[in-house]
Design a protein around this ligand. Structure first.
Ligand SMILES: [Zn+2]
Length: 223
């Protein structure tokens, strides 16, 4: 199960890993917290943008081979690690019963002195951590939300402390295609963004000696 804030986040962060798992016969469940309806640098029709982004999300999820895709529909900028979001995530974890949950590392705030990690990424990361451990695994948390489920492993992307790298060389072109499916987010920079996705995957690959990779912090929960 991948839990991310915005419709394009999973493709950017973990699209290769998810595509590879789908190819290998895993059920891949994609959960998106926010509607993406503020993802623009111009004053556009937000409701229309939200509809466009939902269609882009469905297309990209299909391309990756995801079994299910859920958008929880929070307004952009308003993801919060509140009880309501944790309850939704616990319900999803207990119904899908994933072995692995993939999502954003909430501890990463500043990147290279030029980027502040988006509020929704951080809030979603904290909410997924709290939903997975301990809430989903313990019956007295959200007893109305299904039978407890212990997730085995977390893989957190966008991290300053990567300790595992997924080799996504075989599916790198599909990852790139999934990212490029989000046309509303590309402006006129389609070629440049494609190059950036390949280059970042090559950088991650160099950490472990493969052509293209995706880097994560991993946490073993079921030992
Ligand atoms: Zn995002």
């Amino acid at each position: 199960m991948a839990i991310y804030a915005h419709p394009d986040d999973a493709d950017v962060a973990a699209g290769g890993l998810l595509a590879q798992w789908a190819d290998e016969g895993c059920a891949v469940h994609l959960v998106v917290v926010c509607d993406g309806a503020k993802g623009a640098h111009a004053l556009v029709d937000s409701a229309h943008l939200g509809e466009v982004r939902y269609r882009e999300l469905e297309s990209a999820a299909h391309l990756l081979g995801a079994s299910t895709v859920v958008n929880l529909g929070r307004p952009d900028g308003e993801a919060d690690n509140d009880r309501a979001l944790r309850a939704e995530l616990v319900t999803l974890v207990r119904s899908r019963r994933p072995e692995v949950v993939v999502g954003p590392d909430p501890t990463a705030t500043f990147f290279s002195g030029v980027y502040i990690n988006h509020h929704d990424h951080r809030a979603t990361g904290w909410a997924l951590l709290d939903a997975v451990a301990p809430a989903a695994a313990m019956p007295l948390y959200f007893p109305e939300s299904g039978a407890p489920h212990q997730v085995g492993r977390l893989l957190l992307s966008g991290t300053h402390e990567p300790d595992v790298v997924a080799d996504v060389t075989r599916v790198i072109d599909r990852k790139v295609a999934a990212v490029l499916t989000h046309s509303s987010q590309l402006a006129d920079d389609r070629e440049a963004i494609r190059d950036v996705v390949y280059e970042r995957a090559a950088q991650a690959g160099r950490l472990t000696g493969v052509a293209y990779g995706e880097a994560f912090r991993h946490v073993e929960l079921d030992f």
